[in-house]
Ligand binder design. Structure first.
Ligand code: CMP
Length: 149
């Protein structure tokens, strides 16, 4: 099933100049970016995105970190996009993420872990709504989606 999910390149990715590297892994996998914006997250957006972690010891540091520099927020579509992207990015703790994954290759931190992606279709819907209106998203076909062989 074609799924639409939310993906965010975190501030560490922006300030380390790794946006292109991470985007190219998503595009190379065959995923389609249908919405994308580089911006500073507001406090309200940060708290809404991470509401499940409110009250945890790392919550305040997490909010401070995601607002420390711009992020790239994206709406991404593809076959089984939610699970495929979670596999592609690797474990939350970059120190444990396997080589070959985005986090395994590019970071060794739990907070500065490069990328966030929704963990379910329900989360994707909720998280996308924090950053995008339906009218912000574009429609087009990837050439490989229409390839006839
Ligand atoms: P992310 O996939 O964006 O989802 C929630 C984020 O909270 C997670 O990546 C980590 O960056 C951060 N996080 C989760 N657990 C911890 C923890 N124990 N200590 C610090 N940060 C954490």
């Amino acid at each position: 099933m074609i799924e639409r999910t939310f993906v965010m390149l975190k501030p560490d990715t922006v300030v380390r100049g790794l946006m292109g590297e991470v985007l190219s892994r998503l595009e190379g996998k065959g995923l389609k970016i249908v919405g994308m914006r580089l911006s500073h997250m507001s406090e309200a957006q940060a708290k809404a995105l991470y509401s499940a972690h409110q009250g945890k010891p790392f919550f305040n540091d997490l909010i401070k970190f995601v607002r420390s520099a711009p992020v790239v927020v994206m709406a991404v579509e593809g076959e089984s996009a939610v699970s495929i992207i979670r596999l592609l990015i690797g474990s939350t703790d970059s120190k444990e993420a396997l080589p070959g994954t985005v986090r395994g290759d590019l970071s060794c931190s739990k907070t500065m872990n490069i990328i966030h992606a929704s963990d379910s279709l329900d989360s994707a819907q909720r998280e996308l709504a924090i950053f995008f209106k339906e009218s912000d998203l574009v429609k087009y076909s990837r050439l490989d989606a229409t390839w006839v062989y």
